[in-house]
Each structure stands twice: as C-alpha cells, then as structure tokens.
Design a protein around this ligand. Structure first.
Ligand code: GLC
Length: 751
C-alpha cells in the first residue's frame, strides 16, 4: 500500500509542479495588446506571396542591386552576412518602399564578439562569471549594431560531453546548469533591457535540440537521446534561455531518434510553443530544411516545406523549400494559409520589438569598435578564462625571473588566437603573447620552434633547447589552430598535433621552469604534457587580448580563477566522459587494479566486477569544475536552515570561504546535490549553484547559496517534471571531484 501511496504522491507533486509552471507561464503569453494589434494589422493585409517572402532568409548575394530587387519584390524577409551599414540602409529603404513595407532583419554569427574578440564561448564558461559574459555580449551587440546587424545566431547552449566534436568550442560545456546560466547572461547582454534599443540585437538560441550528442563526436551525425534525457540534460538550457526572453531559436542539423529537428513537431510545437509558451520565431540552420531530403526524412523540396511548416519552423535559412513550394501547397489545399500567417506573425513580432518599423536604419557611431573600454573587458575575460591546471611553485614569476624563452606555435599566432567562428575580428588587432612580452619588463628570447600547431618539422628544436639553457624560465604556447575546432571540424585524435609534445618533452629535460600554455578549441588529451611541465595554463582560444592577459597572469598582476567547464579525459577511449553520470549497479571504487598491476594468468573472477577501464581506471584526467589559483581556499562552518524541506521551501546553505594562501584571489564555490533514490536512476551529483567570491589573503568571508526545492525537479518515470520526496546529499566543493567538500544530508518531505 505504501508504495502505491508513494507513486500517487509523486504524481500529485508532479501535477502541482506543472500547474504552478503553466499558471506562471500564462503571464508570459499575455503578448502586449498594442503589439498584437500592430502585428495583426501588418500581416493580415499581406498577400500570400508577401507572407512567403517574410519566411525566407538568404545569404548575401554579394551584389547589392540583386538584393534590392528581391526586397522590392517582397521575396525576402532577412539576409545574413550583409554587414556594410550603407548597404543595409539601402536595403532597408527598399524594404520600407516595397508593397509589404516590412523592414528586413539582418543576421550574422556574432558568436564571441564582433570586432573586439572575446574568448570562445567555452572559454567564457570557464570564467564562471555570468555578469562578465553579459557585459561581453552587450559589447558585441553594440559593435555589431553599429554595422546594422540586429540579430545574432548566438548563444549556443548545446550540452557537449565529447571533445572530439569540434563545436564543443562554441557552447558552454557539459553541464546543464552552467550552460543555462551562461545562456541567460548572453541573451541579457545581446538584447539588453529593451530590444528596441538600437544597440540591442536579437539573440538566437541554438541548436535546438540535442546537437551536441552527435554520435562518436562526429559533427552532423545522428543523435539518439531518449525523452527523459532530452528533458533532463539537453533541453533545460534552451528552456532557461527562452524563459529569459530570447527572441529566436535555431533548429539543429541532427536527426534525433530518426527525426530531423527542422521537421520535429514534438520539440518545435509541443515543447517550445505549448509547454514553454515561446512567442519569438524559429529559424532553420543553414539549408537544414532542404537537408531533410538527404536525411531521407523528406522525399523532395515540397515535402520538406510541408514537414517544416507544419512542425513549427518559421524562417528558412538559405535553402528555397518555402520560396519554391509554399504557395503551391496552399493552392492545392494541402495546408491552410492561416498556418503561414501565424509563422509570419512570429517573425514580424520580433521585427516590431526590435523597433525596425520605426527605426530600421543604422545610426550608431563606428568609434564603438575596439574602444578601450571594450578591450579592457576583453582583457578581463581572457584573464578570468585561463585555467591554472598545475603550478609547482613557479607562478607567478618572482623577481628572479627576468629573461624568458618564449616558444611554441601559438606564441605569435594572431589569427588562430581568436578561435573559431570569428567572422569580423581582425587579427591585426590581436595582442599575441609575443607582442605582450615585447611590451613588458621581461627580456624575451623568441624562437617558435614549431611554425604552426600541425607542424611536424623539428629542425629548429636544437636552437630552442640551446636558448632554453640561457634563460630564467621557459614559456611554451601551443594548442590548436582555430581551424581545428568549430563546425564540421571533429577530430578522432585529440592529442596535441604536430611535434608539440616532442618539443615540450625536450624542454622538460632542460633544468629550467617550464610553463606550458595551451590555446585550444576543446579539452585535449594533455596528461603527458601536464606531467612534464612545472605549470600549465589552459585556455580555450582567448581572443584579442590573450597576450596581455598571459603576461598579467604569469607576472601575478592577475590571479587565475577559472574552472574547467568540461571534463578532461585521460584518453579518447574514455569518451563520452562527464561528471554527472549515473551510479550504475556496480560503481567503481577507484581502487581497482590497473592493467600493469595485474599478475600473469590472473583468474577471470579475481579482479572484481565494477564499472571501470583496466587501462585507464574510472576517473578523468581533470574533473569538471577544477582550476587552481595562486592562493588556496578552504570551506568551513557549513550551516543549513533545516534538514527537511517541502516543495515550497528554499534551502539556504551558508559557509565560510577562507583564503589560506599568500595572494588575494577569487574562489568559485560550487553547490552539488545528489538525489539518492528516484523514480528513475539519478546522477551521482549535479551542479545547482556557483558563485565568484573575492577573498583577500588571510581573510574569511561567509557566503550563502539559496536553492529553492523546486530546482530539484526533473523529468521522472512518468515524463512529468516532478520533485520527489526522499533523501538527498549536498556538497559545497571546489570542483566536481568533491575533494575536501563540505557535505550535508537533507530530506524532501510531503507536508
Ligand atoms: C552554420 C551553423 C550555425 C550558424 C549558421 C549561419 O551552418 O550551424 O550555427 O549560425 O550556419 O552561419
């Protein structure tokens, strides 16, 4: 009987949670009456052809007159990759003079800065600094808007647990909560407090949905994410960003369990519209509508248009399925014109919110680009995104370090330092480590040793080694060329390419402190290089100001604080690997014998039966949430407001952060929880809160996290978001390994 009551209890809680959610959502569906009237009045007077034109986005034709003709004929509602303000003003003038009179929305991939280039998004996530990410995106928005771009295809919140996937570079890592927090910050930065501010640009959360789970980490590959995992891992960042007011959503290339996203009614309408009450518009990814033919999901272009328009896709990027087929589909009576009208209203609504009907022209001063203020924020972000993975008392450099050997393929790589998806940042503005050292008080000897990351040529090595013997410290800067990550750039071998490891190995034999600095688009396999270096700073391509940030960090002017937003595997064989996995029925103890510890002719039954690898054990090389500082911290005096909570309670967790080292620093405490027993198996730990807390040396600060019990909700056995009663653990930790963490047990009860 008890179990039956328990199940009823879960369902009851679930229904309460849903009713609460849906009731609160009703507020978000009360679209402004004035806005609704405007949108209806504009769209309802359009011809079918004019409506179809609004659903079409084309890439720049490179010829302004050809584009003006399309606009004059109401055949297009948006362009991407036009970013000449004069041309945009000409196109907008033509749009306002066209029969429809509807302005264009101009889109572009402003992914991690426009002219001032910030660290790539996974680098920004390493900062765990949402307010700085918001600032960076606000700067990117103003710089882009000064060229007439009012819509960016960002933020990307695809959860990525596989560093072979090149696009891990563009998201915020493996964790659902971190990606949600960063995505919200990005949207607030791009869109500002009011979308119709000329300095604001519409955000576009992508790629909806599950794209980061590409099988084997090969880009565009199929995904097979079951509903519960979709709702517990991959969708929450999209839901969080949509709820924060994101103006648009981009469909993903992948087919999930056989259904390409661009034709997936369940995610585009059931979830995005009915459950989340999204009132912006959905755009496809590049050609992803016509690619449903390649998928074998659609027979032809007409079928692709039909599947997409009924599933919930509003705007088609680049391909012409809508342009070539929608009018026919209506005339044949296959679809009702009202369906198209609704699609157009979603787009016109955002054009209205952007203020394009009243102010479509570019009028922001060009001086905003690369302003000192912008560069200063980029410098701060580069400093805050550098992860100190190891430091055997060599950093920060002391007064005894005056002469430095700077070597490695990324020491002076102004283009590659900017990272993937850098459309408009100019490498001439990049401050490389070489430039920064040359402008510093250090005497620098620069010998690259390796010309570029894939370079296998070792002929310069002896010259490098000879120079290494004459200096006080060696700084090797390597990693990946920007082309080695990003879209369509997956790798099956994610060790350092070329002769980089060989050079590091030879340098490690010179009796001088070796600091290895990595600039990459993914978490590489770096175990050997880590062992051979006295210190290692790991960056995800740091952007324009990376060189200055490096000198500031090595000299101690800046103090590292960043944390890993992804797990670093020991080998490709461990992938996919992530911290918040399930327990399994036979969790590893961490004490299992490894291959070279196993005696010959060992009996099969002797090794025990737990979930681990004979050759690489269970754990990663570096866990999620890990990063060192020049100082150390300890957490003490954990205090919680109760040990039993009901659904409407808030868990208040107070603790002291003590700086136990010799430098002022920033601690990033992380709050993890574990649901010990659920209607489905649950992760062994989940990040639920984090913060950046500055603590000066020899001092201690009390900090409090507040965690509403409703934040423990998950999609359970019955595919309903539930908060289940039962026992939980809570940790305050420096990283997901939970070493030295403060621990607490609490219970959720049905009151
Ligand atoms: C690309 C990417 C997408 C980008 C779009 C426009 O294929 O998948 O992220 O925003 O096309 O460039």
């Amino acid at each position: 009987m008890r179990f039956y009551n328990y199940i009823l209890g879960i369902i009851a809680i679930g229904l309460i949670a849903i009713l609460n959610t849906s009731c609160s959502n009703n507020k978000t569906t009360n679209i402004d009456e004035k806005e609704q009237h405007f949108v209806d009045s504009v769209v309802n007077r359009l011809t079918l052809k004019q409506k179809i034109g609004q659903l079409c986005q084309f890439n720049t034709l490179g010829n302004i007159n050809q584009m003006i003709n399309l606009v004059k004929n109401d055949e297009v509602g948006s362009f991407l990759n036009v970013n000449d303000p004069e041309q945009i003003n000409q196109l907008q003038k033509a749009a306002l003079e066209s029969p429809s009179g509807i302005p264009l929305i101009m889109g572009r991939d402003v992914i991690h800065g426009y002219k001032t280039v910030f660290p790539i998004p996974i680098g920004q996530a390493s900062s765990f600094d949402t307010s700085l990410v918001r600032q960076a995106c606000s700067i990117a928005a103003e710089e882009a808007a000064s060229d007439g771009i009012r819509w960016t295809f960002s933020p990307m919140v695809d959860i990525a647990r596989d560093p072979r996937w090149g696009r891990i570079a563009e998201g915020y890592g493996e964790d659902t909560y971190l990606a949600s927090a960063m995505g919200i910050a990005a949207v607030k930065g791009y869109q500002g407090d009011n979308l119709n501010n000329p300095k604001s640009i519409a955000a576009c959360v992508k790629h909806f949905a599950g794209y980061g789970a590409a099988t084997a980490g090969r880009d565009y590959n199929s995904t097979f994410i079951p509903e519960r995992q979709l709702r517990n891992v991959y969708l929450p960042p999209f839901k969080a960003v949509v709820k924060s007011g994101c103006a648009s959503v981009m469909t993903s290339f992948n087919d999930n369990d056989g259904v390409p996203s661009t034709g997936n009614y369940h995610i585009l309408t059931d979830i995005l519209r009915f459950e989340w009450k999204f009132d912006g518009f959905v755009v496809t990814d590049w050609n992803s509508m016509s690619e449903m033919i390649n998928h074998g999901f659609c027979a032809d272009s007409e079928n692709a248009a039909l599947m997409a328009v009924t599933a919930g896709t509003d705007m088609e990027m680049c391909s012409r399925c809508y342009a070539d087929n929608l009018e026919n589909l209506v005339k044949k009576g296959v679809i009702n014109e009202q369906l198209i009208t609704e699609r157009v209203k979603n787009i016109v609504r955002i054009k209205y919110r952007l203020g394009l009907f009243s102010n479509p022209y570019v009028n922001i001063p060009q001086e905003v680009k690369y302003s000192q203020k912008n560069l200063d924020v980029a410098l701060k972000m580069s400093e805050e995104s550098a992860i100190l993975l190891k430091n055997e008392k060599v950093l920060p450099f002391g007064s005894n370090v005056k002469k430095i050997l700077l070597t490695g393929p990324m020491a002076d790589a102004p283009y590659d330092q900017l990272g993937t998806w850098c459309m408009d940042g100019e490498s001439s503005h990049t401050i490389t480590p070489l430039k920064a050292f040359q402008n510093s008080s250090y005497e620098v000897v620069y010998i690259p040793g390796i010309k570029y990351c894939r370079d296998k040529n070792t002929s310069e090595f002896q010259q490098v080694i000879n120079a290494a013997k004459t200096v006080d410290a060696i700084v090797f800067v390597g990693g990946e060329e920007s082309i080695m990550s990003g879209e369509a750039h997956s790798l099956s071998n994610i060790h350092l390419q070329g002769a980089q490891s060989e050079l590091i190995s030879q340098l490690s034999k010179v009796n001088k402190p070796l600091v290895t600095v990595i600039m990459a688009g993914r978490s590489l396999i770096i175990g050997e290089e880590l062992d051979k270096s006295e210190a290692m700073l790991y960056w995800f391509h740091p952007g324009t100001m990376g060189g200055t940030a490096l000198v500031n960090l090595l000299s101690g002017k800046a103090i590292p604080s960043a944390k890993t937003p992804v797990t670093f595997p020991k080998s490709e064989g461990q992938i996919p690997i992530y911290y918040n996995q399930n327990s399994t029925g036979r969790p590893a103890s961490g004490k299992e014998p490894l291959l070279d510890e196993i005696p010959l002719n060992e009996k099969q039954t002797s090794l025990g039966y737990t979930s681990y690898y004979l050759d690489s054990g269970f754990g990663p090389l570096i866990p999620f949430g890990y990063g060192l500082s020049y100082t150390t911290f300890s957490f003490e005096n954990l205090k919680i407001n109760s040990n039993t909570f009901s659904i409407n309670d808030t868990i208040e967790v107070s603790f002291n952060i003590k700086n136990t080292g010799d430098y002022d620093g920033v601690s990033i405490p992380q709050l993890y929880i574990r649901d010990l027993f659920g209607s489905i198996t649950r992760p062994i730990k989940e990040l639920k809160r984090f913060a950046r807390v500055a603590v000066n040396k020899s001092s201690s600060i009390e900090y409090t996290f507040k965690l509403p019990v409703t934040d423990l909700a998950f999609c359970g056995m019955y595919f309903v978001d539930t908060i289940e009663p039962g026992k939980y653990k809570l940790w305050i930790a420096e990283d997901s390994s939970l070493q030295n963490a403060l621990e607490y047990d609490f219970e959720v009860v049905i009151k």
